[in-house]
Ligand binder design. Structure first.
Ligand code: NAD
Length: 292
């Protein structure tokens, strides 16, 4: 069993850390919000990030945004100066690919192996240990990380070199945002022209307009049981989290001179929806903005 440092134990990090402890690993945890560490049972709570990495064989971070990751590893806590070169670093935060590449390059310069390892599957997946991991970095480093990742996730993909995990995550979520907005538009058009949304959904699903958004996460209340749309858009994947990922897609598009006309339209829709006070609702609530 290994000594693991876990930094950032919020909604996602705490259950991931708990799963590592349940698998028998020895955890040292740190969060800038001291209260947060109470959600992790059976770990040593540290007073700084530097303290967590003392003797650590694996270092895992799960932070909100790019600036937090830069602050942790490079500018403020300067964690790369405290990590032993034999340790393996996994950053599971969803951040910009360019920041991931920058931090991984700085780690490499110090002889430290680092992977970007963003996840999908939400807090339920984090608790159940069924997250999907999208990994950027060297295959040999992923092989070393695999036994730890398998405790937290079910599907593990090697996306490519450093930053590729973030690219995969951002591209997937941009597609999801576009597909959800498009699905809402199609259903709203049908209903405005007299159709039953459940009948239309069934027809589209068996025709060429089907998608994950329509089949598994239908945005029209009452069409599917158990999805956020049928629970007043509570739970699920929040509008503000979708907006964050679409913003990362926009940033990556600017850097790579990619055209993301539909992704930008989706970002604008979710941005307006959030500004109207719905940032905490599930993202399928974008239907309310789209339907007449
Ligand atoms: P969160 O805000 O609940 O947790 C982040 C934690 O990091 C907080 O407790 C915060 O205090 C701590 N933190 C911030 N800066 C720090 C620093 N420098 N040192 C130590 N701790 C620091 O966020 P979350 O929902 O757990 O999400 C974490 C990441 O996972 C984000 O990048 C998010 O986009 C991604 N993600 C979230 C979900 C989800 O459903 N919540 C799903 C997939 C991916």
């Amino acid at each position: 069993m290994a000594k693991v440092a876990f930094i950032g134990v919020g909604n996602m990090g705490a259950p991931m850390a708990n799963n590592l402890i349940a698998a028998g690993h020895e955890l040292r945890v740190f969060d800038v919000v001291a209260e947060a560490v109470k959600a992790v049972k059976g770990a040593v709570a540290c007073e700084s990030a530097a303290q967590t990495v003392q003797g650590a064989e694996v270092v895992i971070s799960m932070l909100p945004e790019s600036r937090h990751v830069e602050s942790l590893y490079l500018t403020d806590a300067k964690l790369l100066e405290h990590i032993d070169p034999s340790a393996l670093v996994l950053d599971c935060s969803t951040i910009s690919p360019s920041t991931s590449r920058k931090v991984a390059a700085a780690a490499k310069a110090k002889g430290i192996a680092m992977l970007d390892a963003p996840v999908s599957g939400g807090t339920n997946g984090a608790v159940a240990g069924t997250l999907t991991f999208m990994i950027g970095g060297a295959a040999a480093d992923l092989a070393r990380a695999r036994p730890f990742i398998e405790v937290m996730g079910k599907n593990i993909f090697h996306a490519g070199e450093a930053g590729a995990g973030q690219v995969a995550k951002i591209a997937n979520n941009m597609m999801l945002g576009i597909a959800m907005a498009g699905t809402c538009e199609a259903l709203a058009l049908g209903v405005a022209n007299g159709m039953d949304p459940a009948v239309l959904s069934e027809i589209m699903q068996k025709s060429s307009g089907g998608s994950w958004a329509l089949e598994k996460y239908n945005p029209w209340p009452g069409v599917l049981e158990g999805v956020p749309a049928s629970k007043n858009y509570a739970g699920g994947f929040g509008v503000d989290l979708m907006l964050k990922d679409l913003g990362l897609a926009a940033g990556a598009a600017v850097e790579s001179r990619s055209s993301i006309t539909l992704g930008e339209t989706a970002r604008n829709l979710f941005s307006l929806h959030s500004k109207n006070g719905h940032g905490k609702l599930d993202f399928s609530s974008i239907l309310n903005m789209i339907k007449p």
